[in-house]
Design a protein around this ligand. Structure first.
Ligand code: FAD
Ligand code: NAD
Length: 592
């Protein structure tokens, strides 16, 4: 519209005064309307012919319009579609703007709430003492949903934060900073209505007959008291698992694990140490190859995700900054079974293996590591004709990801309970997660054997189930107390007997409803894994079946799923910022 009025002004001549221009514009507009009316009448006539195809009609209309515009130069293109487009963009922009403002407002509100929590009260000391061991997925899911005013809750864990393990492989390369996936347990507990005690210590012994837990302060700084005992009425064990080494010599001394934040930090430091040492002046070629050979043992999701992240780090950042070693960097994944990711469907296993091939990650399946030295590993490989051969693989960095083993405290408790003697992989629990052969002890997560895989999904559902169970138990007890009081009031004041009897009946009905909690049932939402090059694989539970997908879109799904699962808004914001930072500036290749 503005350009056409400028053209009109040029046409009319420069002697026209500014005051005359609106009049001229009005005349031009009238002329345009007249022209358009004529042309649309013409086009209507053309359109009325039944034998003309749609395409021809469109051509006719557009040529009519073209002619109209050519005839009357100071006219505009058809206003309706353009206006609709402008209106659409205007609304899209307003919505985006409002949602950004809304999200920002929510982030500020959430931060304010976290920094200014409501006052907490100390629960009645006569209430039962509930001791929770661990601050991982299982225990934190329990603490999040538990009504802490019903118990004297005591949490014991050597780790004073919750760790969002699914993004831990990204920390090994600096794609995500470690603090972004940690949530201080003090922050989690401060948000509860009633105060909860926390002791940074390791539980070293459970005496289930005396109902006490022995705790030890194993941190660097110690006070005069380093050991103590905590009596409990109810105990929840959520201590997770430690890294399995199967007693293979040299594993503990020479390899890195990937379970804790300090493991990810150690790996990050070691990657850069290997790279910088390989780039050292006059380094021997075979030593460069050894140093730049990164070996991952274990083709489960931990090993696969780490291998993918590592290859990305090298291809996207290290290679660009240190081009002299560009062709020497190598990643090898060693797996004892015939394929990687055994818990995923066949098509996703094939997809992962072909993607790794494209990414130049070598997969050595049917290869069982038997010995580890400081510079190489020895493994028994099964050749395609079924023969076994011993191979030696030199390495610069070795990451050991072969699954879970029992923690000492779990082993210790199992040896005390005859009902646990046949259990190999953890504390056998019943359908209410009670440790078999004990009273008032429950177990959740990787240390419990309830018939499910040791995953965060299972642990958090178990923790949430226990919270519901304990909340119900507290409610039941309160209602039972109420019945006791009502019964005694019945004896004291027989006058209103009918009324009290009615109330007792109602309370009993309430108890039956509260007590009616179904046993634990795990609901599998699916499995997700990152496989490098901005690709992921997903096996999602869909209706009664399974939906398998892999690739870049699945990677976006992987990202959004894990972002939404992060513990807090603070974590979500930090992780999202880390992703943006890594995309814009690349990962930081500083060694520490
Ligand atoms: P943990 O989360 O391991 O927590 C155990 C807690 O107990 C810790 O706080 C620990 O400090 C504490 N503790 C240890 N010993 C003692 C003691 N003696 N006394 C007191 N406290 C103690 N699962 C998924 O479902 N999806 C994923 O994407 C996924 N990704 C993963 C990625 C990696 C790298 C790893 C290692 C695991 C991943 N998992 C994933 C598995 C998942 O992390 C575990 O199944 C989950 O952490 C188990 O929860 P938990 O509560 O049993 O134990
Ligand atoms: P895992 O138990 O899933 O896999 C370990 C692998 O190591 C196995 O495939 C095993 O065959 C192999 N292995 C064992 N000893 C070996 C040896 N000596 N030489 C060569 N290979 C050997 O372990 P993980 O990947 O650490 O996972 C642990 C748990 O955490 C699993 O339940 C897993 O599902 C879960 N997890 C899930 C995700 C995810 O969903 N994205 C990510 C990480 C972990």
């Amino acid at each position: 519209m503005a350009s056409s009025s400028r053209a009109l002004t040029r046409l009319a001549g420069s002697q026209l005064s500014a005051r005359a221009q609106p009049q001229l514009n009005a005349q031009a507009a009238a002329a345009r309307v007249a022209n358009l009316t004529t042309s649309s009448a013409a086009s209507r006539a053309t359109l009325s012919s039944p034998i003309i195809s749609r395409i021809q009609r469109n051509q006719t209309i557009s040529s009519q319009f073209k002619r109209t515009y050519a005839d009357s130069a100071p006219s505009t293109p058809p206003a309706a579609p353009k206006k609709r487009k402008i209106r659409y963009f205007r609304w899209a922009w307003r919505l985006t703007y409002l949602s950004i403002l809304g999200s920002l407002g929510y982030v500020v509100y959430d931060g304010f709430q976290a920094r200014h929590p409501d006052d907490q009260f100390v629960p009645d000391p006569n209430k039962k003492t509930l001791v929770v061991l661990g601050t991982g997925w299982g225990s934190v899911a329990l603490l999040k949903k538990l009504d802490t005013e019903n118990y004297n809750v005591v949490v014991v864990s050597p780790r004073n934060y919750f760790l969002f393990t699914p993004l831990l492989p990204s920390c090994t390369t600096g794609q995500i900073e470690h603090r972004s996936i940690m949530e201080p347990v003090r922050q989690i507990l401060r948000a509860k209505k009633a105060a909860v005690k926390y002791y940074e210590a390791e539980a070293t012994h459970i005496d289930h007959e005396r109902k006490v837990v022995k705790i030890t302060d194993n941190s660097e700084i110690k006070g005069t008291i380093t050991e103590n005992e905590i009596p409990y009425d109810m105990l929840v064990i959520g201590v997770g698992a430690e890294n399995a080494t199967f007693g293979i010599p040299g594993v503990r001394e020479h390899s890195c694990f990937l379970k804790e934040i300090r493991d990810a930090q150690a790996i990050r430091t070691k990657i850069m140490d290997c790279v910088e040492t390989a780039a050292f002046k006059d380094q021997a070629p075979e030593e460069i190859d050894r140093l730049l050979h990164m070996v991952v043992v274990g083709g489960g999701p931990t090993g696969v995700e780490f291998a993918g992240e590592l290859r990305d780090f090298f291809d996207e950042d290290i290679k660009k900054l240190i081009p002299d070693i560009a062709d020497r960097f190598k990643v090898t994944l060693v797996e004892a079974l015939p394929n990687v990711l055994p818990m995923f469907s066949k098509q996703l296993i094939d997809y992962t293996e072909s993607t790794f091939k494209e990414e130049h990650i070598e997969i050595k399946t049917k290869t069982m590591v038997k010995n580890v030295t400081d510079k190489f590993i020895e493994a028994t490989a099964t050749t395609p004709d079924g023969k076994k051969e011993t191979i030696t693989i030199p390495y610069g960095l070795l990451v050991w990801a072969t699954g879970n083993a029992l923690r000492p405290i779990v082993k210790d408790l199992m040896t005390q309970i005859p009902a646990q003697k046949d259990s190999r992989r953890g504390l056998a629990v019943n359908e209410y997660l009670v440790v078999q052969g004990t009273r008032d002890i429950w177990a959740v997560g990787d240390c419990a054997v309830a018939g499910y895989a040791p995953t965060a999904q299972v642990a958090s559902q178990e923790g949430a189930f226990l919270a519901r169970l304990f909340n119900n138990m507290a409610k039941t007890e309160a209602l039972e107390d109420k019945i006791r009081d009502l019964s005694s009031s019945l004896n004291l004041k027989p006058g209103n007997a009918a009324e009290v009897a009615q109330e007792i009946e109602a309370t009993e009905r309430q108890i039956r409803r509260v007590k009616d909690l179904q046993p634990f049932h795990y609901s599998h939402q699916g499995s997700l894994a990152y496989i490098g090059s901005e690709k992921a694989v997903a096996d999602i539970a869909w209706l009664n079946g399974n939906f398998a997908s892999g690739g870049k879109m699945t990677y976006l799904f992987w990202r959004s799923a894990y972002l939404s699962m992060c513990f807090s808004t603070r974590n979500r914001v930090l992780v999202a910022l880390d992703w943006v930072k890594a995309k814009v500036y690349g990962r930081d290749v500083s060694r520490e």
